[in-house]
Design a binder for this molecule. Structure first.
Ligand code: ASP
Length: 344
């Protein structure tokens, strides 16, 4: 089946080339992508290109870029069957997680991809990533519905739910992992979809809604042996802070020191949301497993379950943007909104 695909180039290594004079990586004019990837001509699909000017290294990603991507998808939603977002790898998991919360009633694929080596280099991983992402964004079932109507990350043969990913390797072509959720598809000779794990709309035909109000009054504090009261209280006293993500040990454990519990309790009582996620890449917070976790639960710290840091942060941005009242946000934070957490 022929599909219409919009390729959104935001920036990143994938759109770079080696400058023969300086031997540094510089962005090429992405409108000339067909010169770099002539294989794109072989698709039966119609592929249009939208390029950010100037391209953004993903370390410079800001909220307004997410809003721009969301608005672009909204504007062109009815003209395309799927969207491929080319993005730097460094913050791709943050952007894919954010877009997952920002796009409400999504029925079409939004596939983030990029590469570790520029597309203009001989050994690039960018071509396969780009070509398979287009294939996945274009895939429809026999009645014309998207096979993967989710915000995803495709990288090195694997398709993952975006809000379950983290960049874990700065060197390998296989740069992303989804530690706590199975892949949505795997590309070999065939692209094999893991249908039971793909999320489908409850009712098809709803209007796409963009949640573009995000509140970034959030901080992330990683617990470490030797952490001092002044570090913790500096975080908790940040002006305007509405939520703190506490990266704890193992299954959600923190030191039991009196001063730490007191500081956290005082902040919860002031209305600050404290969300407990684990520093371990895999597994879940369980605040009932050890007395150290039970103590946190008792004072009102909330469980982030098996959330990635990227998903926890962007979920908070999204929920805080919905309401200025932290009390109304807390129950929503504990819910699985977009497949970002596993609640047994
Ligand atoms: N610094 C680049 C970026 O994230 C790295 C990459 O694209 O892989 O934009």
């Amino acid at each position: 089946m022929r599909s219409n695909i919009l390729l959104i180039y935001t920036g990143g290594t994938i759109g770079m080339k080696e400058d023969p004079d300086t031997l540094t990586l510089v962005p090429f004019n992405f409108k000339q992508i067909l010169d770099e990837v002539p294989e794109l001509r072989k698709f039966v699909h119609k592929i249009d290109l939208y390029s950010f000017e100037p391209p953004i290294d993903s370390s410079d990603i800001e909220i307004h870029v997410w809003v721009e991507i969301a608005n672009l998808i909204k504007e062109r939603y009815h003209s395309y069957d799927g969207f491929v977002v080319l993005h730097g790898t460094d913050t791709m998991s943050f952007s894919a997680s954010a877009l997952g919360f920002m796009l409400e009633n999504l029925e079409k694929p939004v596939i983030f991809t990029g590469s570790q080596l520029p597309i203009g280099m001989l050994r690039t991983d960018g071509k396969e990533n780009l070509i398979s992402s287009i294939e996945i964004a274009a895939a429809k079932d026999e009645i014309g519905r998207a096979v993967v109507p989710e915000v995803c990350v495709y990288f090195e043969n694997m398709l993952f739910r975006g809000n379950r990913t983290s960049k874990y390797n700065a060197e390998n072509f296989s740069a992303f992992k989804s530690y706590n959720y199975p892949p949505l598809a795997q590309a070999g000779i065939h692209i094999k979809y893991n249908t039971p794990y793909i999320s489908y709309p409850k009712a098809w035909g709803e209007e796409l809604v963009i949640n573009s109000k995000l509140d970034t009054n959030v901080a992330i504090l990683k617990i470490f042996p030797g952490i001092s009261p002044s570090v913790v209280s500096s975080f908790l006293n940040i002006k305007g802070l509405r939520a703190l993500i506490l990266e704890t040990y193992g299954s959600g454990n923190a030191p039991t020191k009196r001063w730490l519990i007191d500081l956290l309790r005082e902040s919860v009582e002031r209305g600050v949301i404290i969300l407990n996620i684990t520093q371990c890449p895999a597994g879940s917070v369980d605040m009932e497993a050890y007395s150290t976790g039970i103590l946190l639960k008792k004072i009102g710290v909330l469980s982030g379950y098996d959330s990635t840091t990227e998903a926890a942060l962007t979920k908070l941005f999204f929920l805080l943007g919905q309401s200025s009242d932290n009390m109304t946000i807390k129950p929503l934070l504990l819910k699985n909104l977009k497949g970002e957490i596993t609640i047994n």
